[in-house]
Design a protein around this ligand. Structure first.
Ligand SMILES: C=CC1=C(C)c2cc3[nH]c(cc4nc(cc5[nH]c(cc1n2)c(C)c5CCC(=O)O)C(CCC(=O)O)=C4C)c(C)c3C=C
Ligand SMILES: [Fe+2]
Ligand SMILES: [Fe+2]
Length: 344
């Protein structure tokens, strides 16, 4: 069976125009794995409330970070795809969960090249219902409906893979080498607490009480919170950071439900109020820089820090299309190609 790769990222609007942002947000937020309430309530919340105000505000934020070539997330993902393609023999495709670069088109392009056996790589280090799961479910639906003869194997969350942790740690060390910082904040995208409970395969482990994520459990295979804290723990171990010089927080809260805490904006505020003058932020839930890193952290986060008396605010870029990241993905692809086994 001819093999091929499909990289899948989140997606972006076609342009930073409010109309395109609205179309994109409608698809994104109407996904039952993102806003996980009954259809009638989701329609009311998304189409009746959020889409009346948010597209304008989001479009303004997108305009601040948009590049001449397009959305940073898309441009970076395309560059990553090209660089991986240079290093592996099998065809490498790229798709987005939301927006115009659909998973169906991505699979079609591979099938047109004769591919029957696909390694699907969700570009997320941690598992979440709103990211990895929604990609896998949709890809399977598309396979059954349109490409019943192909086989799809997925690359699982790689949050604790030794090579990935080394790579992330080296990237942090490299970017902060000449930028002394007193505090390193690990800011992950947030999710509603309810998502964590829904993904708990034991149905009883995740209590979000501060200790469950540190207690071994089968639930952790699908626990976004555990996986985020593990990334922090492993990187801290790798870099030899001292207690009190780093923290973990969760950003991008939407709506009124409780989301994972502590929240990033309040953490930045607290650190500044406690007298931290130089801080750095790394965002390991994202492998490509995007609205959430370039605007919410690098712009809004910096503004908050300065307002509470902070001086230097540094952000560590995502792995993006760094050669070491390309090499690691190519290594995983080659392992799958030769052993037929999931590489992580
Ligand atoms: C209920 C809402 C949302 C959940 C749950 C959620 C989870 C989640 N998202 C990412 C990664 C990204 N999200 C991005 C943008 C974005 N996210 C939400 C909402 C939820 N995300 C919205 C409404 C938006 C759009 C922008 C805005 O209006 O604020 C992006 C950036 C996309 C880009 O084009 O640059 C990324 C990436 C993860 C990893 C995650 C759960 C773990
Ligand atoms: Fe998001
Ligand atoms: Fe947990």
């Amino acid at each position: 069976m001819k093999k091929g790769i499909l990289l899948v990222n989140l997606g972006s609007p076609d342009s930073p125009d409010p109309k395109d942002v609205k179309t994109y947000l409608d698809e994104f937020l109407m996904d039952p794995r993102v806003i996980d309430v009954p259809f009638w309530l989701r329609s009311f919340i998304v189409r009746g409330i959020i889409l009346n105000t948010r597209p304008k505000a989001s479009a303004a934020a997108y305009k601040k970070i948009w590049w001449e070539e397009g959305s940073p997330l898309i441009v970076i993902s395309e560059s990553l795809q090209r660089k991986i393609q240079e290093q592996v023999e099998v065809p490498v495709g790229l798709a987005m969960r939301y927006g115009s670069m659909t998973i169906k088109k991505g699979l079609q392009e591979l099938v047109d090249k004769g591919v029957e056996d696909v390694l699907l790589i969700p570009l997320y280090p941690q598992f979440a219902m709103a990211t990895t799961e929604t990609i896998l479910v949709l890809a399977e639906e598309i396979r059954q409906a349109h490409f019943p003869n192909i086989k799809i194997t997925d690359l699982p969350a790689f949050y604790n893979n030794t090579d990935y942790i080394k790579l992330l740690s080296n990237s942090i060390a490299k970017h902060l080498k000449d930028k002394p910082y007193e505090h390193l904040l690990f800011s992950y995208h947030g999710v509603p607490e309810r998502h964590i409970r829904k993904s708990d395969i034991t149905k009883s482990h995740c209590k979000i009480d501060g200790s469950c994520c540190a207690t071994a459990s089968k639930a952790h295979q699908f626990c976004y919170r555990h996986q985020c804290f593990e990334v922090t723990r492993l990187v801290v171990e790798n870099l030899g950071l001292k207690e009190g010089t780093y923290s973990t927080s969760f950003q991008s809260r939407l709506g009124f439900d409780p989301w994972l805490q502590p929240y990033t904006d309040r953490t930045i505020e607290r650190l500044g109020n406690q007298g931290v003058k130089n801080m750095a932020v790394v965002t390991p839930a994202f492998v490509s820089d995007c609205l959430e890193t370039l605007e919410e952290i690098a712009m809004e986060g910096e503004e908050i820090f300065h307002e509470v008396g902070g001086d230097n605010f540094t952000t560590v870029p995502c792995l993006n299309d760094d050669q070491e990241w390309v090499d690691l993905l190519a290594k995983w692809i080659n392992t799958w190609q030769t052993t037929e086994k999931r590489p992580v």
